[in-house]
Design a protein around this ligand. Structure first.
Ligand code: HEC
Length: 124
């Protein structure tokens, strides 16, 4: 398994997992944040799954639904719906929200960056 360590995305201890994102996000700043996700994810009208599933319309989508992607059983059977609070919790600490998922990503600990990213994900 290829491991990609994303040093700038270290999870800070003590971040409340299920807390909603209280800050207002900026879509343009979120687009910049999304560049990191694009190492593994595509989104948009012609998006296809690659190393990770495509994320078009991810807000409100059920987990494990990209038809051209082979998910881990952990995601496929999670029963998660990607509401904004769920996405926020997952992006803070992916392995705590869906243990054994195969997204190699450390989590976003900066709440403003998370709010920006969610604002952008909403537009997809
Ligand atoms: C190193 C590659 C990588 C990076 C970087 C990455 N992801 Fe992922 N992501 C994955 C993989 C692989 C999966 C599938 C996990 C599984 O099936 O267990 C996934 C799954 C997901 C899912 C669940 C999708 C679904 O259809 O249920 C979401 C949401 C998600 N990623 C969002 C993001 C966001 C937002 C970012 C940027 C902040 C990001 N990811 C960064 C690899 C990555």
């Amino acid at each position: 398994m290829r491991r990609i360590i994303i040093a700038w995305l270290m999870a800070a201890p003590g971040v409340a997992l299920a807390a909603p994102v209280a800050l207002t996000g900026n879509v343009d700043a979120g687009r910049v944040e999304f560049a990191r996700c694009q190492w593994c994810h595509q989104a948009g009208p012609s998006a296809r799954s690659g190393f990770g599933p495509q994320l078009t319309g991810i807000v409100g989508r059920r987990a494990g639904m990209a038809s051209d992607y082979r998910y881990s059983a952990a995601v496929k059977n999670s029963g998660v719906v990607w509401t904004e609070p769920m996405l926020a919790a997952f992006l803070r600490a992916p392995q705590k929200v869906i243990p054994d998922n195969k997204m190699r990503f450390w989590g976003i600990s900066d709440e403003q960056r998370l709010a920006n990213l969610l604002a952008y994900l909403r537009t997809l």
